[in-house]
Design a protein around this ligand. Sequence first.
Ligand SMILES: Nc1ncnc2c1ncn2[C@@H]1O[C@H](COP(=O)(O)OP(=O)(O)OP(=O)(O)O)[C@@H](O)[C@H]1O
Length: 355
Amino acid sequence: MLTIKDLSRRFGAAAALDVFSLSVPEGEVACLVGPSGCGKSTLLRLVAGLDRPDAGSIAIGGETISEPGWALEPHKRRLNMVFQDYALWPHMRVRNIIGYGLNRLPAPERMEKVDRLLELMQIADLADRLPSQISGGQQQRVAIARALATDPDVLLFDEPLSSLDVQLRLEMRREFGSLFKALGKTVLYVTHDPLEACAFADTLVVMSAGRIEQMGRPEALFAAPRSAWIATLAGYDTRLDGTVVSRAEHEIRVRLGDQALSVRPPTAPVSEGDSIRLMVNPGRLRLVDADGHQDNALCGTVMQELFEGNGWRVAIDLGGQHLSVMHPSRIGLGQRARVLVSESSVIAFEADARV
Ligand SMILES: Nc1ncnc2c1ncn2[C@@H]1O[C@H](COP(=O)(O)OP(=O)(O)OP(=O)(O)O)[C@@H](O)[C@H]1O
């Protein structure tokens, strides 16, 4: 169990971490996501002991490793960190890099342990190469094997896949899922990619300005995003700004230019005349007959069509604002289009919600 309690770190007047608390149960994976500058790396550095907090405490397995006025030295903490740039020593062979932290073990034991890690990470055939003689993905495997060698209780990952190409990232993402399960280590993992996090996170922790904005199981969090930024992660990446024209208990009517739409009300209270921000999921919208009459549809002109691999992202000009729709084929630039906006395709937030 990793327990972070009321941790704060200020740089000048700004708080990089602001009374931050988080518990990661033993053997579970917590993924930290959040916009640039929200404090993810600061948190990892404090847990690793590379920086000192201004307040708060950190414990691993009930044993305090940092508290006000005292911090255990980094190398004595039962944790290891895997960095984005791998940080492998260029002059050392893979086998020696992995075994570096095991120099207190007798040679045969050390070799046996290194062999086991080489097998686990499927890099046994690379044992005698230098980092410059292996690929980026293979270097990342070496970095993970090195981090596992000293059998730490906690593993910290700082965007470990972001330097890899898309294909390899997808492959490693799948592998991480089974690796984390097999290892049973407590993991704190920072990533920019929410889909990466969803592949293996027990808990997704969304940070904003040094605090937790929302946390939970990925499915639960994406089913009910509490902020426009989190809605974007969940695929609601198109923004429409409008005005509330009427409200009932379970529905509000929103004016968008000269059109209107009924949606579920936001959690924050709103009244007639208030501005409102709608986050729309293009994958959940449907194009219907442009000349037909359909309740809760928006009309406009196709202004852009982008192929995104699994279909076309069609941008429709609603008269100033743009609505994107995923569609299996092109519609044609300048064509009229009518988009059915179902209840599940849109989430309403307060007008100044950060995206
Ligand atoms: N050594 C430092 N001196 C001054 N300010 C710092 C220092 N380290 C971090 N900060 C500030 O603290 C805040 C949090 O930074 P941090 O690196 O933790 O963010 P992050 O979420 O990891 O961002 P990114 O996703 O871009 O890596 C930022 O505003 C950053 O500018």
